[in-house]
Every structure is written in C-alpha cells, then in structure tokens.
Design a protein around this ligand. Structure first.
Ligand code: NI
Length: 135
C-alpha cells in the first residue's frame, strides 16, 4: 500500500451554538466560537488515499485528479463560505471540527478512483487537528 496525502486550505466562517440556549449558555458550552456575529478560521485539510500502484501508470491515482475531486466536492462548498448557512453538506449540524471532518469524509468516500480514502484530517488551528477514518 502507498499512502498519498493532498493538502488544501480554506477560510470559512461559523458559529457554534444551539437554538434555544441564551448567548451566555452558548458561550459556556462553546466558548468564543459561539460569538453571535460569526468569526472565521483558516482551516487546513489533509486527505489521505491508500492504494496499490497501478503498474501501467506507476500511480496509485493521478494526484491532479484527486485535487479536482476535493475542489469540486469540498473546497468549492466551504472556501469563503459560512458553514452554518452556505454549505449544503453541513445543514443541520453544529459546525464543530468533528462534524466538519466527518462530513468531508462522507463527501469524498465514494468518489476516489484507484485508491481508498484512508483518512481525512482537519486543522482548525496550528495546535488542534481532527481526524476521521470512517470508523
Ligand atoms: Ni470557531
């Protein structure tokens, strides 16, 4: 098996909150990510694909193709968007990094040719990352 990682970055706004809670209660649950007037993060996304080398091409998959799949299915829907409002695959979810990383996995898992999606990692800050492997 060879593991291939494609890194992408995107900027997005969000607010973590639950309907029915006051601003103070939301702050207690979600901290400054509950700011009622939104805020943004510069996210880094790492998509890891695992596969055997195709003897004809020498590739597991064409990395240009992987980039295109990630852009069409994820980056175009999140970059410079509001994750609470604009992003169809986040509807009804609190846009925590946990929910974002699982949703991105679901966007990609059946679209990777030649290899299998192995892992999706989402960095919200330099110090925090969230990883999902489909389990
Ligand atoms: Ni936040």
């Amino acid at each position: 098996m060879v593991y291939i990682t494609r890194r992408e970055t995107f900027a997005a706004a969000h607010r973590l909150y639950k309907d029915g809670l006051s601003d103070k209660e939301n702050f207690e649950m979600f901290g400054k990510c509950s700011n009622p007037n939104w805020h943004g993060h510069n996210y880094t996304l790492e998509v890891v694909v695992a596969g055997e080398i195709n003897p004809t091409t020498g590739f597991v998959l064409d990395i240009k193709h992987l980039k295109k799949i990630i852009h069409q299915n994820v980056i175009s829907k999140v970059d410079h968007k509001n994750l609470n409002i604009d992003t169809d695959f986040m509807r009804g979810l609190i846009p925590t990094s946990e929910n974002i990383v699982v949703s991105i996995w679901k966007q990609l898992v059946d679209k990777i040719p030649g290899g299998k999606l192995f892992s999706v990692k989402l960095y919200e800050t330099e110090n925090n990352y969230f990883e999902y492997r489909g389990e």
